[in-house]
Design a protein around this ligand. Sequence first.
Ligand code: SAM
Length: 289
Amino acid sequence: MTDKIIHPTIATVSATRHILKHFKLRASKRLGQNFLIDRSIVRGIVDAADIIDNEPVLEIGPGIGTLTQGLLEAGARVTAVELDKKLPDILAETLKGYERLSIVQGDILKVDINELMNNRPFKVVANLPYYITSQIILTLLEQKLPITRLVTMVQREVAERMIANPDNLSPKDSAKIYGALSVAVQFFTEPRIIFDVPPSAFLPPPEVTSSVIVCDVRSTPPVDVDEKLFFKVVRGAFGQRRKTVINSLIGAGFERDQLVAAFDKAGIDPKLRAENLTLEMFAALANAL
Ligand code: SAM
């Protein structure tokens, strides 16, 4: 006779406190460890992932297994990459009995993700460590992995930057929030914020409000460009935000004469700043160059 294992929900304050105490674990600030303790948030993230049975999911930073458990219960086949060397042994206990789970100890910025995911399409679901959020998102997108959807929890401010358009202001401090991250995310995906999450949904609580953002990866980019040159232009343009685009690009190593001709050909006013240029305008400029 096989006993069916009934797993207690990890996403509660009491279960999380118990696990931390039992394993003598302290959440590491350096590794961005803020564990979810609200099961409705876990459910919201898992629902947004829209998982079909046995679908491969890459989870970044499973921590003590809170979101992992939600994904497994929804029928996902989870590969979870965790940097903290202490956690795989703990996860083996907290998620004992779940099949379809593979835990990999390593740095998501360094592991060979295609090999881990067997070169097959997959989704990414993660409550990301906030100290390297943008870096992780850009690394995943630039590698051209066969990702179909990313569902990530990030700081609200980063989520706002990801969906920003030219001239968007941050509601908090009126700073321009449209930048190279916005262009890159929107070049590769169609992003949308689905809900905000207060600090009280985590243990320990982070200092900022978070947002869950869904990014559906595009099958083809929205503009036809030489990608390498396009991103060189975008990065160069936002390199010195206070300058005009043309001066920023000169600072980034482009030739003045070539730029003057390219702005003219693309029909773009060279006195504009990077934050005024849409993705299409950056593409027109790159193509004219
Ligand atoms: N998924 C858990 C949850 O929702 O409660 C934990 C999320 S916590 C915000 C971020 C996790 O990412 C931590 O477990 C941390 O150790 C891990 N982490 C930090 N840097 C990482 C990296 N470079 N690669 C993989 N995991 C990392």
